[in-house]
Ligand binder design. Structure first.
Ligand code: SAM
Length: 319
């Protein structure tokens, strides 16, 4: 009964955030009632159901997942589920330095930390927050031996001038820094003029900074570059100019327990209802039928150009 999209599950456990990133969540939250959030027990029930269908990787995201007081319970609950081999967290890093040790003990394996700028002022202007605690979180995670990926949404022309700063940042840090194309995901605040095609940065990295393409390290959705003398690596994820729908192996669940088959899809199915009201076999069959019925690929270029509308808020469904 395995479906390729069920290999990897992303669960957003909260819709609100403690930063106000202009490319993502300038509002702070959707205003959902906390009482509607799926509980730690519900989350584990959902993951158990998915693990029986073949899911092996789980990522916890948000909103800002570390704002959930029961985050340790959620992580340890999922870590104990048979079949789950990889458990990762996406966070803005503001609170992570205080929590990373206990989360590792709870069973967390990897972290992705967002860092849209390494310049203190620019970081503040994009996110509304302070960069210091985010850098502490990155360094604390590295110190504990937890693999770290750094997510850099390429937001505006300034990113070109910042490339040197990012290279300096990873010179002595063994991390994978990935530039991500700015996606048209926040209906009311998307700004077309802030979009930067990442092939431009990729060319500059090779021509001006002497980086090489690393074939053996190539990941499924990102091209990776390295340079002798630089500890970290740089990857490029291009969801807009090089859509990777054909290799997409994930579904997303929001903090109300609703599953979305694709980031750009507007249909959802309520998983908690499904799991609670149907037998295991019927729930699985209905989920697979739902995925097959809703498998069309989005035209992200058209959405970016404003030719079609999208109402997705990444902070609701998780990045
Ligand atoms: N609060 C956490 C954080 O900041 O990483 C987790 C939630 S955030 C929605 C997850 C990811 O979404 C971030 O790593 C960010 O890179 C990505 N993201 C948010 N808005 C985006 C956009 N407009 N285009 C591309 N990626 C975006």
């Amino acid at each position: 009964m395995f479906h390729p999209k069920l290999e990897y599950l992303r669960i957003s456990i909260i819709d609100s955030c403690n930063l106000r990133c202009k490319y993502c969540n300038p509002y702070g939250s959707s205003g959902w009632n906390k009482k509607e959030y799926i509980s730690a027990t519900d989350i584990c029930e959902i993951v158990k159901f998915f693990s029986r269908l073949g899911t092996r990787k789980v990522r916890i995201t948000g909103g800002e997942p570390l704002l959930r007081e029961d985050i340790d319970k959620i992580i340890s609950g999922i870590a104990g589920i048979e079949g789950i081999e990889d458990l990762a967290l996406t966070t803005n890093g503001v609170l992570l330095h205080k929590k990373i040790e206990s989360l590792r003990e709870a069973g967390l394996k990897r972290v992705n930390i967002s860092l849209p700028s390494v310049d203190e002022q620019r970081f503040k202007s994009i996110t509304g927050g302070d960069i210091g605690s985010v850098i502490s979180s990155i360094d604390e995670s590295i110190k504990l031996g937890i693999p770290v990926k750094i997510n850099v949404v390429a937001f505006g022309e300034e990113i070109v001038r910042e490339l040197e700063g990012f290279i300096g940042f990873i010179k002595n840090r063994d991390v994978m820094l990935r530039f991500i194309e700015y996606m048209p995901v926040c209906a009311n605040t998307y700004s077309r003029k802030r979009f930067i095609e990442l092939s431009r940065i990729e060319s500059i990295l090779v021509s001006d900074f002497g980086f090489d393409y690393e074939e053996r390290h190539n990941e499924m959705i990102s091209r990776v570059y390295y340079k002798e003398g630089v500890k970290g690596r740089i990857g490029f994820i291009k969801p807009v100019t090089a859509q990777f729908c054909d290799v997409c192996n994930k579904v997303r669940i929001n903090s109300r327990g609703e599953l979305r088959p694709c980031l750009f899809s507007s249909v959802t199915i309520n998983l908690l209802d499904l799991i609670r009201n149907e037998s295991d076999g019927d729930a699985a069959r209905m989920l697979l039928e739902f995925l097959n019925r809703n498998s069309s690929k989005p035209d992200i270029r058209a959405i970016s150009n404003g030719d079609s509308e999208v109402k997705i808020r990444l902070f609701e469904i998780g990045g």
